[in-house]
Write a protein of this length. Structure first.
Length: 68
């Protein structure tokens, strides 16, 4: 059985995941972005962090893996 995390308070309060806005209802909480918004239909995304490229990849089982 798969366990899923409960929605964050930002999502429960009606925040729009995947979109940034000038005002955030809960400034102390991290911004929520959906994996669909990040990947935009692709199976892999390259992320540049401190001059190193990482890859966020969706597996065939629907999981996410971040590799260097």
């Amino acid at each position: 059985m798969s366990e899923r995390a409960a929605p964050s308070p930002a999502m429960e309060a009606g925040a729009n995941p995947g979109r940034e806005g000038p005002q955030r209802e809960h400034p102390g909480l991290p911004r929520v972005v959906t994996s669909e918004a990040l990947l935009a239909g692709a199976s892999q995304l390259a992320i540049l962090h401190d001059r190193t490229i990482y890859f966020l990849r969706r597996t065939r089982f629907g999981k996410l893996i971040l590799t260097k």
